[in-house]
Design a protein around this ligand. Structure first.
Ligand SMILES: [Fe+2]
Length: 372
């Protein structure tokens, strides 16, 4: 199945049975004009937030960044160790196991080798959250190290009635400290977050179901390794609900494990797609460039009165401005309190029920690793 060609864009091919994600070959990043890049961004949104391009082995950092700018304003990676950034290009974070002088020169996050996959969206504990992220694969092992992607708009559109009943109206606390604790269990080399980083990134509250700020599609927001608590639920019930939601939303029809080749580029939308790493043989080199970009946050769709109500009920004071007004101000102490199940069970996401509410859960066949 292929999409109809839009303007001068090469024809794309869906990478999942649900239609989430599009693979495009033959797109020249360095030569693309503004019109082609705008068409590519529209294709990205229409795909549910995953675009994969193949064949960019020779693109230079400058052309790569120009390509990235077509998707949003680029971030400068201030929260990362400067050693992890590509010299001269602070927008480019190196990801992988690059080491020099006994130290990592790239952000290395070891994927869990157990059954658990750390599904997440990048920095959901920030508001505005980065709208999307872009990988450019530079060096990669033959086997392993694939990146899982799952479409949260496609999953929300088919959400079974029982799961919707358990999810609608609930909010989650997204916490950088919670994520850090989780990651340090399997990444002992990871330095603990500094007080300053914790202060700059207090937890935020997001609905489990909301609407994408650009497409208007309903989306699930369930990055369980970022979520410290869900409104109205005990810690055990929080983990149980998230486990059920993630198991449903990452079924094969909604997800793909992308097997990287050098020169592959993936653009994903943090507002409508989750992702997760896979383990690889760490004696082999793996290096990807990652760029994150800004854009409207789905939280901005929530009526301000609803958030005002949350602020009063949680006694949380924002620091002002578009982002600060949605942040909880009390950091770790507040999350520990919320983690004991004290988060109130109200709010709602303004969801619009769809006919797909009536569909039952889909079967979960074995999931092959995707090779283009
Ligand atoms: Fe990530």
């Amino acid at each position: 199945m292929t999409r109809r060609q839009e303007g001068s864009l090469p024809v794309g091919k869906p990478v999942t049975a649900s239609g989430f994600g599009t693979l495009i070959r033959g797109f020249d990043l360095g030569a693309a004009d503004d019109e082609a890049l705008a068409a590519l961004r529209r294709r990205w949104l229409a795909s549910g937030g995953l675009l994969i391009l193949r064949g960019a082995e020779s693109v230079c950092p400058r052309d790569f960044l120009r390509f990235c700018e077509a998707f949003g304003a680029l971030e400068k990676n201030e929260k990362y160790d400067p050693d992890y950034l590509l010299p001269g290009y602070p927008e480019i974070l190196r990801l992988g196991n690059l080491r020099r002088g006994g130290r990592y020169r790239s952000l290395f996050v070891r994927a869990d080798r157990g059954a658990r996959i750390q599904w997440h969206t990048d920095d959901s504990f920030r508001c505005p959250q980065p709208a999307g992220s872009i990988f450019l694969c530079r060096v990669h092992p033959e086997e392993g190290g694939g990146t899982w992607y799952a479409g949260m708009a496609h999953a929300a559109a088919a959400l079974p009635r029982e799961l919707r009943r358990r999810t609608a109206g609930r909010h989650a606390v997204h916490s950088y400290s919670f994520l850090d604790t989780e990651l340090r269990k399997t990444n002992p080399h990871r330095r603990p977050l500094s007080r300053e980083v914790r202060r700059r990134h207090p937890p935020v509250v997001r609905p489990l179901l909301s609407h994408h700020p650009e497409t208007g599609r309903e989306v699930l927001c369930i990055p369980d390794c970022h979520i410290a608590a869900v409104s109205g639920l005990s810690p055990d019930a929080t983990r149980e609900l998230l486990r059920d939601l993630v198991a449903y939303a990452t079924q094969p029809q909604f997800s793909v494990n992308w097997a990287w080749q050098p020169g592959d580029v993936a653009v994903w939308d943090n507002r409508s797609a989750m992702h997760a790493g896979s383990p690889f043989d760490e004696t082999e080199a793996r290096l990807l460039y990652r760029v994150t970009f800004a854009g409207p946050d789905s939280l901005l769709q929530d009526p301000p009165t609803r958030f005002q109500s949350w602020r009063q009920r949680l006694s949380c004071g924002g620091s002002g401005g578009a982002s600060g007004t949605r942040s909880l101000a009390h950091g770790r102490r507040r999350v520990r309190s919320l983690g004991r199940g004290s988060l109130p069970d109200r709010g709602g996401s303004g969801r619009r029920p769809t006919p797909s509410d009536r569909r039952g859960p889909a079967p979960h066949p074995p999931h092959p690793r995707r090779r283009a």
